[in-house]
Ligand binder design. Structure first.
Ligand SMILES: [Zn+2]
Length: 282
């Protein structure tokens, strides 16, 4: 039965059978759990690339925007541009020597300039390709990104539209750096930035103040995010998950529905009988 309190051991208590929504975009509970799992997988991939003497680059692609843009339109343009980045003959030529890629979509909002949607891409190389040599790949990718945006009435700029960084560990050591960088990459729900309020901050403002504008923004965000992927792995011959020995990619809903020990999937919300109580929706 959903939402049944349980006491597994003396001195410990919790809930079993709690229904989960599985949304990485709008749910404070599920997004944290999903981000944590995705981060551990990304960190495993980064460690595997480093173990074979490979190198990695983080590239961020952005889109120019203003307050009048609707999020759904921005997201549609960004989806098309993302496909253009990792598609076509030029990309296939640039992929020679590359292990493959993963990308994460991040959304923030500012009252001054509206929805800010950008894509962080991790590209992994099988050998110690120099930054100078690998930098051409994201620069060419940005040109495809910009062309695709323009077909959707958006654009980007070479100065602010693309940012390229080589992945290098800090003082804390590579393992700790990989864990930190991965979690930062996947925690898009809670990550405030100079570019604006995170979805979590938007939800907090909407529910604390009931300011009409914030409630409308949250609803717009909810509707424009539904059914979209936050993290996308390449599915090519050399996909990174397989390279790192990871198992089949689980959906957001599957991750959210696992219990704390990862053994037993909990019922998803849509599987529950409407007559049963839905005590907590995570
Ligand atoms: Zn949830």
């Amino acid at each position: 039965m959903p939402g049944t309190p349980s006491c597994a051991r003396p001195g410990r208590s919790g809930y079993a059978g709690v229904a989960t929504c599985g949304s990485v975009w709008v749910c404070p509970c599920c997004s944290g759990k999903i981000a944590s799992r995705r981060a551990s997988e990304l960190a495993a991939v980064m460690a595997a690339v480093e173990a074979v003497g490979g190198v990695m680059d983080f590239t961020t692609f952005t889109v120019r925007h203003h307050r009048g843009h609707r999020l759904r339109d921005v997201r549609d343009a960004v989806s098309a541009a993302s496909r253009a980045v990792t598609g076509g003959e030029e990309w296939m030529r640039d992929k020679v020597g590359m292990l493959d890629w993963a990308r994460v979509v991040e959304i923030t909002h500012t009252r001054r300039s509206g929805w800010h949607c950008h894509v962080h891409a991790l590209t992994a190389w099988s050998s110690a390709v120099t930054e100078r040599d690998s930098a051409w790949v994201p620069i060419r990718a940005w040109r495809r990104w910009d062309r695709a945006l323009r077909r959707h009435n958006f654009d980007s700029t070479p100065v602010r539209g693309v940012d390229i960084r080589r992945v290098v560990g800090g003082d804390e050591g590579l393992g700790a750096y990989f864990a930190k960088a991965s979690l930062e990459l996947t925690s898009t729900f809670t990550k405030d930035s100079r570019a604006g309020r995170s979805p979590c901050a938007l939800l907090r403002d909407a529910t604390e103040t009931y300011e009409v504008r914030d409630v409308e923004l949250w609803r717009e965000y909810e509707a424009a995010s539904h059914g979209r992927k936050q993290l996308t792995w390449s599915l090519g011959r050399m996909d990174l998950r397989r390279f790192a020995g990871l198992s089949r990619e689980q959906s957001d809903e599957e991750i959210a529905a696992e219990d704390r020990r990862g053994r037993r999937p909990l019922p998803r919300r849509r599987d529950l009988d409407d007559d049963q109580p839905k005590a907590v929706t995570g």
